[in-house]
Design a protein around this ligand. Structure first.
Ligand code: OGA
Ligand code: NI
Length: 351
């Protein structure tokens, strides 16, 4: 049975080597200089509205309606009153600062191998761009023990305990959200093969992102525009603004709300909903005054289970738009085709 960890085994990703230490730069080097941003972290243009904030403490029907609207129009929303302890966010953030604050030679001890999904490295979408991004990351699938031991010989047990607690919280939260999202499509858990048995064998990948302070933030790019390859991504973006989502041709800044989780729908939910739900383009910008961290939990089905437009959503007027694909194969396709991966799955006659 293929697992997510095997995604890059037969298709290694060649990423730039060595990784540049961005923490002590006086100027953005040419390798990292993007065309200047004219709309750097602008205020939200009012006609596009603001990204929905949904409180889970409201009655279920109200929540479902808000989720449905948000999934159709934005593909992104923030959730408050979710019950995840604030203490955990604070601990995660503090360990993130410890990890990314280590000297480069130490971080390189946990370097992500080209054929592997986990470890320290640059953004996975880097090969698709001429310029490098102002970003470093650490990816965890399951236990980070092996890498954590090398990174933090004196503190790895604490690091692992916090990461594993956070992964457990995210898994439960993703399942709760998925039930809500399915009901907002008029579906039940039992209607989806990989949801019906308590989401057995579903997968999560935790991506810790670090965007060091940047001397010229308008010519740097934290993470270039992309859609996520997950069913959904649960993002804790800390208190520093940087995340933007594309809405009606404009980049809209997602304002940090203390303790809120940003929910971002991924390509697989776009397929499952037969394009009823949006998987939005988003990007991350960097700050001149703050080192920004974010924690993205990419959640999806068992690696080898097919995802396809749900038959209960289809009709003569709403024929299936996409071919069926597993998460494992979709990640491989994305690593090869990037933003052409989703269109490549369109069924003939629907383009
Ligand atoms: C990602 C992502 C946004 C952020 O990791 O896929 O979109 O704010 N991150 O770091
Ligand atoms: Ni993303």
């Amino acid at each position: 049975m293929p697992s997510l960890s095997q995604v890059y085994k037969d298709q290694p990703l060649t990423l730039p080597n060595p990784i540049m230490d961005l923490t002590r730069m006086e100027k953005v080097p040419d390798s990292h200089a993007w065309p200047p941003l004219e709309d750097y972290l602008d205020d939200v243009p009012s006609k596009d509205g603001i990204i929905p904030v949904i409180s889970l403490s409201e009655p279920k029907l109200a929540v479902m309606n808000q989720v449905s609207r948000a999934c159709k129009t934005w593909g992104m929303f923030q959730v408050v009153n979710h019950g995840i302890p604030m203490r955990l966010f604070a601990e995660l953030e503090s360990l993130g600062h410890q990890l990314f604050g280590l000297p480069m030679e130490q971080k390189l001890k946990a370097l992500r191998a080209p054929d592997s999904i986990s470890g320290y490295g640059v953004a996975r979408i880097s090969p698709f761009f001429d310029k490098m991004m102002w970003n470093e990351g650490f990816t965890v699938v399951g236990s980070p023990l092996e890498h954590a031991r090398r990174l933090m010989p004196d503190n790895y047990d604490r690091f692992c305990a916090v990461i594993e607690e956070y992964e457990t919280e995210m898994k439960h939260f993703a399942e709760r959200l998925m039930e809500l999202i399915l009901s907002s499509l008029g579906l039940r858990k039992d209607d989806v093969e990989w949801a019906k048995n308590g989401f057995e064998h579903t997968n999560g990948v935790l991506q810790m992102n670090s965007y060091p302070m940047c001397p010229q933030p308008t010519t740097a790019m934290g993470l270039a525009a992309h859609t996520d390859s997950s069913v959904m991504t649960l993002l804790y973006q800390t208190s520093i603004a940087g995340l933007q989502v594309m809405k009606d041709g404009h980049w809209i800044t997602v304002p940090p709300i203390p303790g809120a989780m940003v929910i971002n729908l991924g390509d697989l939910l776009h397929i499952l909903s037969n394009a009823c739900f949006t998987a939005p383009l988003h990007r991350a910008l960097v700050s001149q005054t703050h080192h920004r961290l974010s924690f993205a939990y990419f959640w999806g089905p068992p690696a080898d289970t097919n995802v396809f437009p749900h038959p209960r959503l289809l009709s003569l007027n709403n024929p299936p738009l996409y071919q069926s694909i597993t998460w494992h194969d979709y990640l491989k396709l994305k690593a090869k085709l990037f933003n052409k991966a989703l269109p490549s799955l369109l069924l003939p006659g629907t383009a």
